[in-house]
Design a protein around this ligand. Sequence first.
Ligand SMILES: *[C@@H]1O[C@H](CO)[C@@H](O)[C@H](O)[C@H]1NC(C)=O
Ligand SMILES: *[C@@H]1O[C@H](CO)[C@@H](O)[C@H](O)[C@H]1NC(C)=O
Ligand SMILES: *[C@@H]1O[C@H](CO)[C@@H](O)[C@H](O)[C@H]1NC(C)=O
Ligand SMILES: *[C@@H]1O[C@H](CO)[C@@H](O)[C@H](O)[C@H]1NC(C)=O
Length: 196
Amino acid sequence: MGSSSRAALFCFLAVASSLLHPARSDGEDNQLLKGINSYRASLKVPALTENSNADCLAEQLAKKFKGQECTNTTGANTVPGTEPQFPDYPQFLDRCHLNASVTEDGQVMPACVPGLVADVVLTNYTKSQYNRFLNDTKYSGVGIANEGDWVVVVLSTSTDSGDYSPAPPGSNWAPSVQPFSWMIVSLVGFVVLLMK
Ligand SMILES: *[C@@H]1O[C@H](CO)[C@@H](O)[C@H](O)[C@H]1NC(C)=O
Ligand SMILES: *[C@@H]1O[C@H](CO)[C@@H](O)[C@H](O)[C@H]1NC(C)=O
Ligand SMILES: *[C@@H]1O[C@H](CO)[C@@H](O)[C@H](O)[C@H]1NC(C)=O
Ligand SMILES: *[C@@H]1O[C@H](CO)[C@@H](O)[C@H](O)[C@H]1NC(C)=O
């Protein structure tokens, strides 16, 4: 391999690994999932399994919340019925290849805890208005993301109206996939050119 193609390969690997880099602080999300599942086990309710589409939506929402301050009216402290509405929600669904009809029965639960102290985060779910969802057998899947002081837990069901299954190809999510595919195609093209 010549030095220029080696440089190209290195460049490709660097870009590829940054594209594939998993969301940071996955450890905290796993810890919260474990806590939620032990809570469910103590109630004899089946454990939640990870749902990657719910995960994607949680990530979009967490990014949206990031930077907002925790107050006694945000997150788990919200008075039921005053939950923030998300104007960008349809866009988030789109980005996650989801159609609103598969998220209807799901549940979105944001919490804000300064420093994301693990114990406090867990009690924000198990000892708040959210516990009535966490203790429910109706929910079988979960997606968790955190950004800044915010954690977002999204619950999914095993039914068509809440399983967060991706929209079929050809439906409205197709356009949002294109830029990513184009990036890969042009990256590969770039490397091939350099290797010649
Ligand atoms: C939130 O805190 C403010 C002052 O810190 C207080 O006036 C208000 O009643 C609190 N609201 C709730 C819902 O606890
Ligand atoms: C969701 O999909 C159904 C059929 O699969 C379609 O009728 C409906 O318009 C879609 N909803 C949205 C918001 O795209
Ligand atoms: C949730 O977290 C907040 C910190 O943002 C804390 O003040 C509150 O006590 C927690 N609520 C529960 C039920 O653990
Ligand atoms: C779940 O929590 C709600 C509210 O705290 C309670 O009314 C309900 O009985 C609980 N259900 C189970 C299965 O523990």
